[in-house]
Design a protein around this ligand. Structure first.
Ligand SMILES: [Zn+2]
Length: 105
């Protein structure tokens, strides 16, 4: 169990060192550790990181040889500049209400 934990921490470090991860930091995201998917051999092959500012979750996938890339499903989020935390939650809800109430003829 302890060995698996060490392996995960090691993999976290590798992901944080890769180019795809560095790019997200440049876009302003503040990524915190999230969920990990491992194979049967307990080798991590997908890892998620959550931005503490805008709340977006980005997945990274193992492309082999310790190279990690942004997962295809996360690319549309990952290509965007961090929008930061909304000023307050109620304004975010008001915005959602405006969107849902915008009627089509
Ligand atoms: Zn962000």
């Amino acid at each position: 169990m302890i060995e698996a934990g060490v392996k995960l921490a090691e993999t976290r470090r590798r992901v944080r060192e890769c180019e795809a991860f560095a790019l997200q930091l440049k876009l302003g995201h503040d990524l915190k550790d999230g969920a990990i998917l491992t194979s049967l051999t307990e080798q991590p092959f997908e890892m998620s990181f959550k931005c503490s500012r805008c709340g977006v979750t980005l997945w990274f996938e193992d492309k082999g040889s310790q190279r990690w890339r942004l997962h295809a499903e996360s690319r549309e989020h990952g290509a965007q500049i961090c929008l930061g935390r909304p000023a307050d939650d109620s304004s975010g809800q008001r915005l959602c209400g405006a969107v849902t109430s915008s009627v089509h003829r």
